[in-house]
Design a protein around this ligand. Structure first.
Ligand SMILES: [Zn+2]
Length: 329
């Protein structure tokens, strides 16, 4: 039944029944791609958990990971001891095997959004689903939004910590993420209207965008590398104690600068297949822009993350980051 939900959602169909039961848990389908697990009894320390995947339609590994998780829930291999909202972000784009249909969904999660179109409509629906879920659960809030990156990375599995000046990341989060096999973390330096930022900014959730390897087609993903992440998600769903590791094993970065594309005549001055977190020395020219001029590394080396020269004018073409010590425990 839960397995069917994922398959039917991907096929663009609605399951016959919007509610059902497994041992110890009631489940409800709110909207296409929005499934809530309501345990008969929540563990004392359980979080209200949101686990989302497929916000970008071509990022299939997290969707396969969710499929594995739902199959294990259905088989009774995972108990449910926490309220959980499972979200499949952009089913039409997943069906097309594309990042998005008309615009990048993961920049639209801002209240008061007035844009029209498929992705803005979906962003409003998902924001309402998150608002409704958190309003009904007075527990510590958590949101992991699962992605994969378009390019190679010096650290294939890394967390992006959304910026918010009022919410402090609980140190246990870093221990859990280290325990789940994440290799690096990137602290953002200003608001960006992503899905995980939405939960952090408006609901004070512990929230992260988790990049779990590289984009591949369905069936071509190495789920073995994501086993520790599945173990973490299952611990959260059970309301139990996640495995921990020393976050000192991870490498931490802070965004120092956002490289914006400001004109038609714009180019990044490094190869297109440059892996995320590649570092460039002081004096290296990173971008040419007919209106903004050249951007050259100054003061200290900069690592490039999420470079994309083909963004719309006015959008971000790369994040530039510097290493920072691990957060205090
Ligand atoms: Zn993504």
């Amino acid at each position: 039944m839960l397995n069917d939900w994922l398959e039917l959602t991907l096929a663009g169909r609605q399951p016959e029944s919007r509610e059902g039961r497994l041992a110890g848990v009631h489940f409800v389908i709110h909207d296409p791609g929005v499934l809530e697990l309501r345990p008969d009894k929540s563990a004392p320390d359980a979080h209200a958990c949101i686990i989302s995947a497929g916000i970008h339609g071509n990022e299939t590994a997290p969707i396969e990971l969710l499929g594995e998780l739902l199959a294990r829930l259905e088989a009774g291999l995972v108990s449910v001891g926490a309220p959980v909202l499972i979200i499949l972000g952009n089913p039409p784009a997943i069906r097309l095997g594309q990042r998005f249909c008309t615009t990048n969904l993961n920049r639209l999660f801002q209240r008061g959004l007035t844009d029209e179109g498929d992705e803005p409509q979906r962003a409003r629906q998902l924001m309402a689903a998150v608002d409704d879920f958190y309003a009904r659960h007075s527990r510590p809030r958590l949101h992991y939004d699962l992605h994969t990156a378009i390019r190679d990375s010096r650290y294939p599995r890394f967390a992006v910590e959304p910026f918010d000046d009022t919410v402090v990341t609980n140190p246990e989060q870093w221990r859990w993420l280290a325990g789940a096999g994440l290799q690096a973390a990137l602290h953002q330096h200003q608001h960006s209207w992503t899905f995980s930022h939405y939960s952090k900014h408006y609901h004070h959730a512990q929230a992260f965008t988790l990049e779990l390897g590289k984009v591949h087609a369905f069936g071509d993903n190495d789920l073995a590398a994501l086993r520790p992440m599945r173990v973490l998600l299952e611990a959260l769903i059970a309301g139990g104690e996640p495995q921990e590791k020393n976050p000192g094993n991870m490498v931490f970065f802070r965004v120092a600068h956002e490289l914006m594309r400001e004109s038609e005549d714009f180019a990044l001055c490094f190869p297109e297949d440059t892996p995320n977190f590649s570092e460039f020395a002081v004096g290296t020219r990173l971008a040419r822009d007919a209106s903004a001029g050249d951007f050259t590394v100054s003061d200290a080396p900069l690592a490039v993350v999420f470079p994309n020269a083909k963004v719309e004018i006015g959008a971000r073409a790369a994040l530039l980051a510097r290493k920072t010590p691990p957060p205090d425990d």
